[in-house]
Design a protein around this ligand. Sequence first.
Ligand code: AMP
Ligand code: ZN
Length: 144
Amino acid sequence: MPRDSKLAQKDCIFCKIAAGQIPCIKIYEDKNILAFLDIGPVSDGHTLIVPKEHYTKVEDSKPEVLSAVAAVLPKITAAVAAATGADGYNVLCNNGRAAGQLVEHLHFHIIPRKTGDGVFNHWPAFKYPQGKAEKIAEAIRAKL
Ligand code: AMP
Ligand code: ZN
């Protein structure tokens, strides 16, 4: 990742929102973080938590930026859930096109859920064939 990746990106919609150049329905703001309602919600109260600095993915982000997100996550998730009467919520972070990331500025979705709402169903879990999990774990550890 280039060194200037954290600088505001000229054509990034979330950088523009963070800079106040594009409006949003704001939930929370501090020095590092902005939280606002998603313009295309999948449930009432669907909120985005966005670091003000531009990073594309989790792996590009400074630990301090992720810490700033983590620091506000409990109070924002609690408020969103309480205000919407949610039975639960998903915290989602799509990384890369293949994972459904459309806006290439790191963000975390908080999606309030009601029992039986059908917003997401269970994902297609499978079982590893014999020996495959160990091989994959070894490959991941080798990249740490
Ligand atoms: P993702 O697919 O994880 O990149 O999600 C991007 C999200 O940003 C989508 O849920 C969009 O509805 C939302 N979004 C895009 N533009 C805006 C905007 N101007 N204000 C609020 N949310 C937005
Ligand atoms: Zn950006």
